[in-house]
Design a protein around this ligand. Structure first.
Ligand code: GLC
Length: 630
């Protein structure tokens, strides 16, 4: 044991001796370096320790960190200290997130700044601006094909505008979330351009092979992610070589087995941290490490890599936290969540199963997931969402579904048919995304309102939109709202007329700011007005319900398959969250509430109820019952 400590101390001494600027970065940096260097070394040596240049490479990483700290603005350094004192800040009931595309919602960062009062009125404390970086005009994947992490797409403004926007949010108590798209770059990134013309050191930044031998070998076990774009995991370069490309053919996967890639990306990450990013959405985490003979998803080193980046943040930008984007099997989703890795994570399971329950009018699988698959380590939070900028994939565990006699494959087929309105009685107007006839795999695109029945004119549409939000706002974690959904925005089918978006149905659910709906929402009798009123009420109540802080969830048996029920405890009172997925009213008998005092408060309506009468939930109705144990 001591030996390892000695080695670490020696490594640190070596790093300090060979880079005087590390010491010059000052005592605050120095003490964080002392504290987190062992973790960083452990992770990096697991990845690169066998290489002769390991110590030099480690020194270079620390040098990058020390320079980044030197450049870190005073307000962010102050925030670093505050966050370290209050590491669970993200678990407050006051936390609510919003997400939008800067161009689509507002045009530019400057224009978006003018919307901050509106975001405040919704109670947002966390703001995810979809990737605003420089990217190819025609091939942007909505910003996920990055050509430079240090430049903003000129249509949105400048990097200074982004910095100002971050500061303006911070002043109003909102944390900026940006993406760290670290699995790949665009083919127009400087590194990619050099690799494409055969520069040997930049060719090593990517996975490039001279012929099909290795691509064929890898593809025996990898999954096709964007089969509409290209088969397999590789695309051919003009000079005949093959390059790894998990997503679009213009997004090239970085080769993290090369430590130079880690070093370079660490620099980009810390640059973003110093812009004022507080939550870094770790894009496509599952794909970052490749190993022959495996699916090349969620390899152990993919975790090590995130932990290494995380340790570096603890040293040079401790206010910044990671949120993982792992839209995979629930076991894998959870495997990324820890304070050492990503303390925040999307909650794709509860999202997908909420839609599943709407289609089936049966909350069995959702209840099971709530009780069995929501436990995460202390200090971590889920990010709960009804839908995001991406498609909905049915990522529940087949083995969980099988416990109720549900065949996962057939059930996904049903859900896909239902949500694209190819099932009798469907209320939904979704679109297929990456329909793969070879595997039967398909995902769903659509806005919340279009998927929930508002587009179809179904009378339950507004109720369903409110129902899903009542779950994401009451579940443990941070709720994240897709801006525009709070006024019931519908699919934008004009995406199909624009050659830049036509091939990707996700653009249907990324509409421009719904100006007319915001206007209509001022009238409470309109559909947008009803959606807005119901969602705003939920938001107000969420913020003033301390039981919704923290991450504890306790099961509660509703006794009715159509009713999801769970409890959010606090020391004195508990909130029972109820959600009726049936198309008709449902009653819960008084005996269900036998453990509680009869007098309870229904928070959404703001009424006192007598549990001895039982609880009646209207069709698609939700209730948040504050109860006290007897
Ligand atoms: C993530 C993004 C998605 C993008 C993909 C490739 O999954 O959410 O929009 O297409 O990564 O970057």
């Amino acid at each position: 044991m001591l030996k390892v400590q000695d080695q670490i101390a020696a490594a640190l001494a070596h790093v300090r001796a060979s880079n005087p600027s590390v010491t010059e970065a000052g005592p605050e940096f120095g003490s964080r370096l002392d504290a987190h260097f062992p973790a960083l070394v452990a992770e990096l040596s697991a990845l690169y320790g066998a290489r002769d240049d390991f110590l030099d490479s480690l020194g270079a990483v620390i040098l990058t960190a020390s320079r980044s700290w030197r450049d870190r603005p005073a307000e962010l350094r102050a925030l670093d200290g505050r966050r370290e004192m209050d590491p669970n800040w993200h678990q407050s009931e006051k936390m609510v997130g919003g997400v939008c595309y800067v161009d689509r919602y507002a045009g530019t960062f400057k224009a978006l700044e003018a919307d901050i009062p509106y975001f405040k009125s919704l109670g947002l404390t966390y703001f995810h601006a979809m990737p605003p970086f420089l990217c190819p005009v025609a091939n942007s994947d909505g910003g996920y094909a990055v050509s430079s992490y240090r430049d903003v797409n000129p249509a949105l403004g400048t990097i200074d505008d982004l910095r100002d926007f971050a500061a303006a949010l911070r002043t109003e108590g909102m944390s900026l979330c940006l993406d760290f798209i670290f699995n790949h770059t665009s083919n127009e990134h400087e590194w990619a351009l050099k690799a494409a013309v055969g520069d040997p050191s930049y060719s090593e930044y990517y996975w490039i092979f001279p012929d099909r031998t290795m691509p064929d070998a890898f593809e025996r076990t990898t999954r096709e992610i964007f089969p509409d774009d290209h088969p397999g995991s590789f695309v051919q370069l003009p000079d005949g070589r093959w390059i790894w490309s998990t997503f679009y053919s213009f997004q090239w996967d970085l080769n993290y087995s090369n430590p130079a890639v880690f070093r370079a990306m660490a620099g980009e990450m810390l640059f973003l941290a110093n812009l004022g990013v507080e939550i870094m959405r770790m894009d496509a985490v599952a794909f970052t490490w490749k190993r022959l003979g495996t699916p090349c998803e969620s390899q152990p080193e993919a975790h090590t890599l995130i932990r290494a980046f995380n340790a570096l943040c603890r040293i040079a930008a401790p206010a910044m936290l990671f949120k993982s984007e792992a839209i995979v099997h629930p076991d894998e989703v959870v495997s990324y969540i820890s304070t050492r890795e990503a303390p925040l994570s999307y909650n794709p399971l509860v999202m997908a199963l909420s839609w599943e329950a709407l289609a089936t009018r049966d909350a069995t699988l959702l209840s099971q997931a709530m009780h069995k698959r929501q436990g995460i380590p202390a200090g971590c939070s889920w990010v709960n969402y009804v839908r995001c900028h991406d498609d909905i994939g049915w990522t529940f565990a087949d083995e969980d579904a099988a416990e109720f006699g549900v065949d996962g494959f057939q059930h996904r087929r049903f859900l896909n048919a239902f949500y694209v309105n190819r099932h009798e009685g469907s209320f939904s107007r979704g679109l297929p995304f990456q329909d793969n006839p070879k595997t039967g795999d398909c995902r769903i695109a659509g806005t919340c309102a279009s998927l929930a029945g508002i587009e179809a004119g179904d009378s339950g549409g507004v109720g369903r939109v409110a129902l899903l939000h009542s779950i994401s706002l009451a579940a443990a974690g941070i709720p994240l709202i897709y801006l525009g959904d709070e006024v019931g925005q519908l699919n934008d089918l004009t995406y199909a007329d624009d050659p830049l978006t036509a091939g990707d149905s996700r653009w249907a659910h990324r509409p421009h700011r719904p100006v007319a709906l915001y206007e209509a929402a001022k009238d409470g009798s309109t559909v947008p007005g009803q959606v807005a009123a119901r969602l705003k009420r939920l938001l107000v109540v969420r913020r003033s319900t301390p039981e919704f802080a923290g991450q504890e969830v306790i099961g509660f048996d509703s006794g009715d398959r159509a009713i999801l029920a769970f409890m959010r405890p606090s020391r004195v009172t508990w909130v029972i969250v109820l959600a009726n997925f049936a198309d008709e009213p449902r009653r819960m008998a008084p005996e269900r509430f036998g453990a509680f005092r009869p007098e309870a408060q229904e928070l959404i309506k703001g009424q006192i109820v007598d549990l001895r009468d039982g609880i009646e939930l209207p069709a698609h109705g939700a209730a948040w019952l504050r109860v006290s144990p007897r």
